[in-house]
Ligand binder design. Structure first.
Ligand SMILES: NC(=O)c1ccc[n+]([C@@H]2O[C@H](COP(=O)([O-])OP(=O)(O)OC[C@H]3O[C@@H](n4cnc5c(N)ncnc54)[C@H](OP(=O)(O)O)[C@@H]3O)[C@@H](O)[C@H]2O)c1
Length: 275
């Protein structure tokens, strides 16, 4: 099984990765070790997940070279100013027990976000080689555009919720034009795709599963990566095999016709998504 790569001037990452929230401790370490054993080479964690030590330990126990694994972490939104952001990242690297991460994201935009100073902190971390690329998560289009146009740090990635029930076409038009990868989180809609009659019908036609159909739909889009979370090796293997499922034009049309306004991750501190 070959996982396709996204490649830009700023970063190169497997388009199917592995989400780790909300796994913790030994269970998280076991799940990441299993995922790496099955062939995942892109792992998503964050300060807020409380599992960076477990993720780092799994990478260190895997026997893989550090440069064989693409590792993303994120600094939480309660550090909206450059110095705090930098200190937050120092602690991430300590917990991960890694010399660097491949991608460092701002996890959410705080209402108090001092964007230039946080971007300057990211640029400095890049220059130090402690992150190989930087980007943002949960930024609406206007704020993403501001981050790119500031030209303080080169934005390699936007991570946002994106699945068969939530279109991100407006963001995708921009990220594609800019060569930014759009990483889709909650890609199997937290399991909500499993009982969908349209998705089940497509899955049956291909001898596949609903989760595989949901992931193949994302992977059919240029410039998109997906990071499903699955605790068990069986589901991890199933999701990995979505890279081999090719949807036809009828499938894509049926999936495109599903309602696209269902947002599942919308905490009180979320930005105005239309901004
Ligand atoms: N940047 C952000 O703000 C942000 C926000 C949310 C998530 N994320 C990242 O994105 C990752 C994925 O998002 P998510 O965990 O919210 O949602 P998700 O990956 O869409 O869904 C995870 C849920 O779906 C189940 N599942 C996965 N594969 C399945 C399969 N093949 N068959 C049946 N059920 C399956 C999992 O089951 P099990 O219980 O068996 O594992 C889990 O309950 C997170 O782990 C995290 O790394 C980032």
């Amino acid at each position: 099984m070959t996982i396709p790569f996204f490649e830009s001037a700023l970063t190169r990452l497997p388009r199917l990765g592995f989400g780790t929230w909300p796994m913790q401790g030994a269970a998280c370490q076991a799940a990441v070790e299993s995922a790496l054993g099955l062939g995942y080479r892109h792992i998503d964690t964050a300060e807020m997940y409380g599992n960076e030590a477990a993720v780092g330990a799994a990478i260190n126990a895997s026997g893989l070279r550090r440069d064989e694994v693409y590792l993303t972490t994120k600094v939480w939104w309660d550090k909206p100013q450059g110095d705090a952001f930098r200190r937050g990242f120092d602690a991430c690297l300590d917990r991960l027990a890694q010399p660097y991460v491949d991608l460092l994201l701002v996890h959410w935009p705080s209402p108090q976000l001092d964007l230039p100073s946080v971007l300057a902190a990211q640029a400095r971390i890049l220059a130090e080689g402690r992150a190989r690329a930087v980007g943002v998560a949960n930024f609406p289009l206007g704020l993403l555009r501001a981050a790119v146009e500031a030209k303080i740090a080169p934005i390699a990635c936007l991570q946002v919720e994106h699945h068969v029930y939530l279109s991100q076409q407006r963001l995708l038009d921009y990220t594609r034009a800019q060569g930014i990868v759009l990483t889709s989180y909650t890609p199997v809609a937290k399991g909500q795709v499993l009982d969908d009659p349209v998705i089940r019908g497509i899955a049956e036609k291909h001898g596949a599963t609903p989760a595989q159909v949901a992931l193949a739909w994302l992977l059919a889009m240029p410039g998109v990566a997906a990071i499903p979370k699955a605790a068990s090796p069986a589901r991890q293997r199933e999701n990995l095999a979505a890279t081999e499922l090719v949807l036809d034009a009828d499938d894509l049309a049926a999936l495109a016709a599903l309602p696209k306004g269902r947002r599942l991750v919308n905490p009180g501190f979320a930005p105005d998504w239309a901004a």
